[in-house]
Every structure is written in C-alpha cells, then in structure tokens.
Design a protein around this ligand. Structure first.
Ligand code: ADP
Ligand code: MG
Length: 271
C-alpha cells in the first residue's frame, strides 16, 4: 500500500488561492514530501516572499541565497537555485528570500513579465534535476507572481479551508485562471481541490465539504485533511508533518492525498 506511482508525464502544479491561511504552503510541502518519501522526485518552488515553504523544507533562504527571485530576473538558472531538502534526497526546493518582496513591482516593467517563471523552468533543467513533480507555492494575492505561476503550470491545485467564507473569493480566482487560459496558457486546468483543516466536531465543516463537492465534483480529492496540532507544529522544527510525526493523522492524510494525486497522474491504460 506504500506504492506511489510516477506520472506518465511530468506534472507542474500551481497551488493557488488568494486568501491567506487556507493551507497552500502546508499542502504544498506535505504533498511534495509524501511523493518524495515514496521515491517520486519532487521540486517545490517557493513563490511567496514569506518563505514559509523554504522553512518547512529546511533549505537555506537567508538574504543573498540564490533563490526564485534571481531565477525570475534571469540571474541564476533553476539548476543553480534548487537545493536538496534535508528530509529526502528526492525533495528539492527553490527557496524564496526577502528579495522576492519587491519582485511583484519590479516585474511590471520587465519584458515577458508574465512568463518569466515558465522560461526558467526549461525541460532541460527539469530533466537534469530529474523531477517528476513540480509544485509552485503562491503568495496570497492574484498579482504578477501568481500569474507567473499559472502561466508556468499545467494544473492548478486549490486548497479550500473547511470554514466560514471558504468559497468567498473563489470566483475571482477562477476568473483569473480563465483569463490566463484564454490569453497565456491554454493548457491550464483546475485539476485538483483539496479540503483542508477539517474539524469533524463542527456541522459547518460538513456543510462546506458538501457544498464544494456539489460544485466541483470529481476535481475534489476524496481525502480531506483534518485540523491537527502536529501539522501546525511541524514547520517550527523545519519539517513537514511527514517527517515530524509520520504516524499522526495529519501525516497519514497528506500521504493519502499525495497517493490520490499520484494515481490521477497515470494514464488509464497504464494503471
Ligand atoms: P497559506 O499558505 O494558504 O497562507 P498555511 O499553509 O501557511 O496557509 O496555513 C496557515 C496556518 O494554518 C499555518 O499556521 C499552518 O501551520 C496552519 N495549518 C495548516 N493546515 C493545518 C491543519 N491541517 N491543521 C492545523 N493547522 C494547520
Ligand atoms: Mg503560504
């Protein structure tokens, strides 16, 4: 039951939701860790100036470290910016440093400002790193950084918190995605929705879950991530919950979600 299939083709997923605190970063690093710990080589691109994904993956992201910022402005290559996480040799990360904070504004006046990340993620570089999965962790906005992530990806993964107002603002995200599909990246698809921070004691959590499933159908993963203290403690130790407490409910559910995601990445005839 530990089998984690490699995808038929490399998958690049952007983890987006312009609301903060819905579980973008937590889902990015734990899904990536779930795949990596089961032998699927995975790269996380930290595209949030806060650098929370870099922290959770325990990669150097002090000011001056070659990071996604230098990659976007064309000063370093993907291969030079990628670091291996201490948690697994299969888990790579391009960190975000504080330099990224100004990038949203700097990018405005740059040539091909929407596709700079895509241009950095060349297939040569991705082949050289040998990665099967790329996750791009977005900041909580719909600015140019998120647009770069949407242009660079094949798929969007939207984490939705099982809380009040969970669906608020989702329309705006979806219409931005439609704009990108129309003008910049025709192949982009909202492939995955992950329900996060589910609290089984509340009626509300079930209502939100039902509402999201009614609306989005099979795009929603069957696995729901429970609210769990272990999940929130792990980053403080520079770890994913899969490394911090592998037997915990949070770790097991992220592993289940990673497996569901991986199974969807294999063509039917190969299953
Ligand atoms: P985002 O990247 O969307 O801003 P985060 O992934 O950083 O959201 O999560 C926001 C906060 O909620 C963080 O403090 C994180 O540790 C916590 N958190 C995320 N998922 C869970 C969970 N399943 N259980 C408990 N706390 C969680
Ligand atoms: Mg985040």
């Amino acid at each position: 039951a530990n089998f984690m299939p490699r995808p038929t083709r490399r998958r690049v997923l952007t983890v987006a939701n312009q609301k903060g605190g819905v579980g973008k970063t937590t889902s990015t690093v734990n899904l990536a860790a779930g795949l990596a710990l089961h032998g699927v080589k995975t790269l996380v691109i930290d595209l949030d100036p806060q650098g929370n994904a870099s922290t959770a993956l325990d990669v150097d992201h002090r000011a001056g470290t070659p990071s996604v910022y230098e990659m976007l402005i064309g000063e370093v290559s993907l291969v030079d910016a990628a670091q291996v996480s201490s948690q697994s040799p299969n888990l790579l990360c391009v960190p975000a440093t504080i330099d990224l904070a100004g990038a949203e504004i700097e990018l405005v006046s740059m040539a091909s400002r929407e596709s700079r990340l895509k241009e950095a993620l060349t297939s040569e570089a991705l082949n050289q790193l040998g990665v099967d999965y790329v996750f791009i962790d977005c900041p909580p906005s719909l600015g140019l950084l998120t647009v770069n992530a949407l242009v660079a990806a094949h798929e969007v993964l939207i984490p939705i918190q099982c809380e009040y107002y969970a669906l608020e603002g989702l329309g705006q995200l979806l219409s931005n995605i439609e704009l990108v599909q129309k003008h910049l990246n025709r192949g982009l698809a909202v492939s995955t929705i992950l329900l996060t921070m589910y609290d089984g004691r509340t009626k509300l959590a079930d209502q939100v879950t039902q509402e999201v499933r009614n609306h989005f159908g099979d795009v929603v993963l069957k696995t729901v991530i429970p609210r769990s203290v272990k999940v929130s403690e792990a980053p403080g130790y520079g770890q994913t919950v899969l490394a911090y407490d592998p037997g915990s409910r949070g770790a097991m559910s992220y592993l289940d979600a990673a497996r569901e995601l991986a199974e969807r990445g294999v063509d039917r005839e190969q299953r």
